[in-house]
Design a protein around this ligand. Structure first.
Ligand SMILES: Cc1cc2nc3c(=O)[nH]c(=O)nc-3n(C[C@H](O)[C@H](O)[C@H](O)COP(=O)(O)OP(=O)(O)OC[C@H]3O[C@@H](n4cnc5c(N)ncnc54)[C@H](O)[C@@H]3O)c2cc1C
Length: 367
């Protein structure tokens, strides 16, 4: 009987998982279906560029899957019935049965974190977010507050400030800027924000997003014409609702081979999974982890079907690449556990390096 592998999500993790599985399991008794909400690959690492009005290269999934034998279903997954081993989708054929499921639905902006964020803030975490923000920014003037100074917030603030010099851009964070960076990296980042005219406000807790700007936990306010919410990613509730074992954030909990702790026929990869790095710390939500997890999970699924025991996944980090507009950047080199070393690459060299890595990622996904 044909064994049906269904992969949910064609992002960095899902696409590399599906293609990896098709390479490793080229057999007549295996069928692979990839389900994704849109028919093209979304380069999430470029969404701040899209939000700033830069056209992104079209990457149809049909082209990326050519010759693989993988069946593409463009539809939104609405539920997973774990008992019936069926995925429900919002268009025909409405239900897809699976023998093995790879769950790689990624993440979205955590706009549920404070009241008003979902209603009043824009985001840059998904393709639809970025398109909405781009359309909103087309006559950008006045003031913009970017709430959340993780890597996404920094990239969005600098990109938008560079594109719209008439805009007053503020970057607000509850902690300190660049907490995971070296001293040199932090210094460079502060100077770069200055050069871009982005005003930084640290140690500032936001309690609400209102129509007129941010309401702060200390009772203060930061008025703004527009707010971009970049304070963290959250995962969809689908995994929790399906009854898969998840952690407090709804991330699927897995063994060291990325197999669900509750459902052995389910594997997970990318932002959706609670995988852990060498020191036991949660893995960073990034394509730097999503891509190797996807490739790894293909091997893990193949091993499970052929009765072999795969080697446990070992996540290793090398750098954090932060773009600061189109001609500037900061590459923070790291130890394998993601902690920063002193070495950094900055300016145009870093921007070129990040561009090369980003293009290289798509090339790897094409192969
Ligand atoms: C602006 C921005 C900049 C970033 N920069 C970097 C960077 O420089 N370096 C880095 O390493 N990381 C970066 N990241 C993070 C990185 O993009 C994510 O961690 C990565 O995309 C996660 O990969 P994934 O495959 O798990 O999920 P995704 O890439 O999000 O893919 C998930 C896929 O699932 C689909 N999907 C979701 N829900 C459904 C559903 N219900 N039904 C059907 N399909 C669905 C989506 O359409 C998508 O195609 C950035 C993120 C953003 C937003």
């Amino acid at each position: 009987m044909t064994h049906h592998i269904v992969v949910l999500g064609a992002g960095y993790a899902g696409l590399s998982a599906a293609k990896g599985a098709s390479r490793k399991l080229r057999r007549g008794d295996i069928r692979i279906t990839l389900v994704n909400a849109v028919g093209h690959f979304v380069e999430r690492v470029r969404l701040h560029q899209l939000a700033a009005g830069q056209p992104l290269k079209e990457l149809p999934l049909s082209g990326l899957l050519a010759g693989t034998g993988i069946e593409l279903v463009v539809a939104r997954v609405t539920a997973v019935d774990a008992a019936a081993r069926t995925v429900q989708i919002d268009s025909a054929p409405y239900a897809i049965a699976y023998d093995t499921l790879v769950y790689a639905l990624g993440s979205a902006a955590d706009t549920a974190a404070v009241p008003g964020a979902a209603a009043h803030a824009s985001a840059v975490a998904t393709y639809q977010d970025a398109v909405r923000l781009r359309d909103r920014m087309s006559d950008a003037r006045g003031s913009l507050v970017v709430a959340g100074a993780g890597l996404t917030g920094i990239e969005a603030a600098t990109e938008l400030a560079e594109t719209y010099p008439a805009l007053t851009v503020r970057l607000v964070t509850g902690g300190e800027l660049g907490a995971g960076l070296s001293q040199r990296g932090r210094r460079y980042l502060r100077a770069a924000l200055d050069r871009h005219g982005v005003t930084l406000r640290e140690h500032t807790r936001v309690s609400e997003v209102a129509a007129h700007g941010l309401v702060l936990a200390d009772g203060g306010e930061i008025p703004a014409d527009a707010v971009v919410w970049t304070a963290g990613f959250r995962v969809p509730d689908l995994a929790r609702e399906a009854g898969f074992a998840v952690d407090a954030r709804g991330l699927i909990t897995v063994d060291p081979t990325l197999r669900s702790l509750s459902h052995p026929e389910v594997f997970a990869a990318g932002d959706a999974v609670a995988a852990y790095g060498p020191d036991g710390a949660a893995s960073r939500m990034s394509c730097q982890t999503g891509l190797p997890m996807g490739a790894y999970v293909a091997g893990s699924v193949a091993a499970s079907l052929t009765g072999r025991a795969p080697k446990p996944l070992r996540l290793r980090y090398v750098w954090q690449n932060i773009s600061l507009g189109r001609h500037d950047g900061l590459t923070q080199f790291t130890r394998s556990d993601d902690s920063p070393v002193a070495a950094v690459l900055t300016g145009r060299a870093s921007a070129r390096f990040k561009e090369a890595v980003t293009r290289g990622t798509v090339l790897a996904l094409r192969r």
